[in-house]
Design a protein around this ligand. Sequence first.
Ligand code: BEZ
Length: 212
Amino acid sequence: MTLHIGSIAPDFTQDSTEGPISLHQHLGTSWGILFSHPKDFTPVCTTELGRASQLKEEFAKRNVKLLAVSVDDVESHHRWAGDIEETQGTKLNFPLLGDPDRKVAKLYDMIHPEANDTLTVRSVFVIDPSKKIRALFTYPASTGRNFEEILRLVDSLQLTDSHKVATPADWKDGGDVVIVPALQDPKELAERFPKGFRAVKPYLRLTPQPNR
Ligand code: BEZ
């Protein structure tokens, strides 16, 4: 099954470093970031799990639960967690799914055979509280992901869900946003954007972030 933006995130039950997890039940009313790692005891993954652990509170402030998966078993994950704590200055503080049967990897198409037959690539799925996939991206094993960028992506999704705006290139929380082109009614524009807006082009209208 090909997963797209808007697909329902496939549910599964799999063992983790914090016990068995059923995805939908585990997420409950939270957002989720499900992200894959090629293998335990690998250098880039070690830094990624450390960085994600350091940012756990930032994700929690946005009502986001982190959930990682690596193809090895949970016993191996527990041993690896010791190295993560030793080298990254933080405990692994969210569940890491074991996936020796590749159940999760297969459901989410995390193995790209042209890259490697058995190991997963670095996939990221952003899942909203209705269990819809809202964003997904994939990096090769050789490139560690930027977890600040994942936070920025969540900020954009949450902002644009509740205001008729979109976020421009390199936007960061607090920066100016663009008004969606479909919004043309002058009365609604005035109500929604009391601080006003600047029309650089009729289709490019910038306004201060409305929830600030
Ligand atoms: C790593 O996490 O460092 C890694 C994993 C698989 C292939 C290359 C690098």
